[in-house]
Design a protein around this ligand. Structure first.
Ligand code: G3I
Length: 351
């Protein structure tokens, strides 16, 4: 181990062990995920609820302490950022960028083309193919241009493949056709040539029908010279629906062989689909976080691991399943859960 790594880690581990600084009144900064992620050249991130970021000091403090990357959960989606045909609203996205820059965090942009959270003016409008292409071009040019140089990676196209591996029916695929994807990546690259451009989807983490379709999609894009840099594996999973780590590793490897990076973009681990006591479920959840952290650390080229939120206080899962859950790394009181310690343990590893 290199000497400077040893020094940094020694300091971190002292803080980990709970030094209180009683004698001099100095309160040490506790060890945090981002310290170890930085040493491993890994981005460790979380989706941000910008309202909580504005209003809840503990939310803001925990986020900036623990993570070196953020992604807006909702505020860069069409319905928020482009609410009327000639109106863009960048205020909430701008606030997140300012927060990230003040705290030396990178930003992922989410998302430029999706079939959900579209404004009514778009979904109820009647457009020809050329008109919709023009609208999409203007949107990408304006949004990516606004954030030029400030976003490390964009989820350019989100969830374009259906669960059966075919192209998902959406306003984009129906009116424009499947080449809306190529257009979107080309226009994003023109608007910010420095941004990494990702295709992002769920359910394609391990080998299977959907990941095969995603693989073929991005391979075709590479073959056609479309500027794509990576694939986002969302990783919305549960303790009752665990992934096979070897299968996820093999999928990441074949994506890497195309010259693309992988980001785990939206990880959360439901406990409602498991069994046992709450403690047993949280232990099983920690096992899943540990497994996936290992996969990302060991499978080239997994360069970022983000969770979709970080405190169980703010998570999309209960609103979606209509059942209580606790899918993230911190509980509702911002106390680190077993899942946090499992992830931290793997980041610290055998330095
Ligand atoms: O903005 C309205 C607000 O005005 C209203 O008062 C409130 C009442 O329910 O609803 C608000 O809209 C909600 C929106 O989030 C913003 O909070 C929607 O109802 C709600 O459906 C929407 O859910 C988001 C979901 O995407 C939409 O499909 C989740 O917060 C967000 O976590 C989720 O994120 C997606 C990723 O973008 C893509 N991958 C899957 C992931 C989980 O679905």
């Amino acid at each position: 181990m290199k000497p400077f790594v040893l020094i940094v880690l020694s300091i971190g581990l002292v803080f980990c062990t709970g030094m209180t600084g009683q004698t001099g009144g100095v309160r040490p900064t506790p060890a945090a995920l981002r310290m170890y992620a930085d040493l491993r050249h890994l981005y460790i991130g979380a989706a941000v609820n910008t309202q909580a970021l504005r209003l809840v000091p503990q939310y803001k403090e925990t986020l900036s302490r623990e993570f070196n990357m953020v992604v807006p959960e909702n505020v860069m989606k069409w319905e928020t950022i482009h609410p009327a045909r000639d109106t863009y609203r960048f205020d909430e996205g701008d606030q997140l960028i300012a927060f990230a820059q003040a705290n030396q965090m990178k930003v992922r942009g989410h998302t430029l083309v999706w079939h959900q959270q579209l404004p009514a003016w778009l979904t109820t409008g009647t457009f020809t193919r050329d008109e919709l292409l023009d609208i999409l071009h203007q949107h990408i040019n304006t949004v990516v241009g606004h954030y030029k140089g400030q976003i490390l990676a964009w989820d350019v196209v989100n969830e374009a493949i259906g669960d059966d591996g075919g192209m998902r029916a959406s306003i984009w695929s129906r009116i424009i056709g499947p080449d809306f994807i190529d257009y979107a990546f080309r226009w994003a690259h023109e608007a910010d040539p420095g941004a990494l451009l990702f295709y992002n989807d769920y359910g394609g983490e391990g080998l299977g029908t959907k990941s095969n379709a995603i693989y073929e999609l991005v391979k075709g894009m590479k073959d056609r010279g479309i500027p794509i840099d990576g694939v986002g594996l969302q990783m919305h999973i549960g303790i009752g629906s665990r992934l096979n780590p070897a299968s996820v590793t093999a999928n990441i490897k074949r994506i890497g062989d195309l010259g693309l990076q992988v980001h785990i973009t939206e990880m959360d681990v439901k406990i409602q689909d498991g069994s046992g006591t709450q403690d047993q479920r949280l232990t099983a959840q920690a096992d899943v976080y540990r497994e996936i952290t290992d996969v990302c650390l060991n499978a080239h080229p997994c360069t970022a691991l983000l969770t979709w939120g970080f405190t169980d206080q703010y998570t999309w899962i209960p609103g979606f399943t209509h059942k209580a859950d606790a899918p993230l790394l911190f509980d509702k009181s911002y106390t680190p859960k077993p899942a946090y310690h499992a992830l931290m343990g793997r980041l610290v590893g055998d330095f």
